[in-house]
Design a protein around this ligand. Sequence first.
Ligand SMILES: Cc1cc2nc3c(=O)[nH]c(=O)nc-3n(C[C@H](O)[C@H](O)[C@H](O)COP(=O)(O)O)c2cc1C
Length: 315
Amino acid sequence: MSNPNLVIDSKQFRNALGAFATGVTIVTTRDAEGADVGLTASSFNSVSLEPPMILWSLAKTSGSLSAFMTGDHFAVHVLAADQQALSDRFSKRGIDKFAGLELERGPGQVPLLGDCAARFKCKTSFRYEGGDHIIFVGEVIEFDHSAHPPLAFHGGKYAKVHPRALENPLDVEDVNSSFNKDYLGFLLGVASMQLYQPVRNDWQQMGLSECGYYVLSVLAAGKHKTQGQIEELLKPSGHRLDDEELGRLLETELVTVHGDGPDRQFDLTPRGHEYAVKLFVQAKSVEQKAIAGLDWDDLALLKNLLKKVIRNTRS
Ligand SMILES: Cc1cc2nc3c(=O)[nH]c(=O)nc-3n(C[C@H](O)[C@H](O)[C@H](O)COP(=O)(O)O)c2cc1C
């Protein structure tokens, strides 16, 4: 019996439920006319091992309700991390959700989707009233699973599952160092050194110092910079720009100066601009190599974490 005195803010209740991280599934069946039916559901859970049983719940307002109420079978597809588009598609109403999909058939001719993290083909065992939902309990007749990482859902957003720690820390070879291989500074240092090596080789051959290279980058990003402005922009690199360094840069004819005194402004020459573009293209191609095997989420996470490290270590 529900408590009539208990007033629940449904938004707060949803938010609290969202604290429970789940996977994302698509549950499919066939209706009485033989049409394929399915929807995205995160209410999936395990029930019993012997016999193998699972459950999920369906809103009574769902357009798929009658098909699941009459159908003897259904299939639960645990989605893989790269199947978010499929989840979006099956959470919409009034569209042909199966259009263009390659389907297999399971028990009771239910449609089966491919490339999932796991699939459970079930016979409907029980249906229970659960407030504004119907709870379906199914006995698993067949199942399969793959090595695809799963799609997750948390706090109303899609998420990815990240293991808490690397089981096998990276083995960085050929580095004779007293630092532990997991020391953050060591890892950042090796990554940065390897990432910049090809670009570094190039500007060294051009006769540039590291400071000169950074000045070039600063001037490629913005025109007409005074010495003071360049110095300010150089700060994160740890370099200081003195007159000697500036003199050497001007000799390379990659940089030019207009005016006199502290207000004189520096710019790239056409040759300097061409060279900066060349370095940029080279740096981008090295970056592509460096991020091989990382998807968009991994990369965004990596960049965010590095930004935090930079913030935390700023003096
Ligand atoms: C991540 C996610 C999880 C969902 N979980 C459920 C669920 O467990 N049960 C449910 O009835 N609807 C759930 N929905 C909403 C349905 O997918 C959505 O209402 C869909 O339009 C229903 O389709 P239908 O009306 O064609 O049956 C979920 C949606 C999303 C995006």
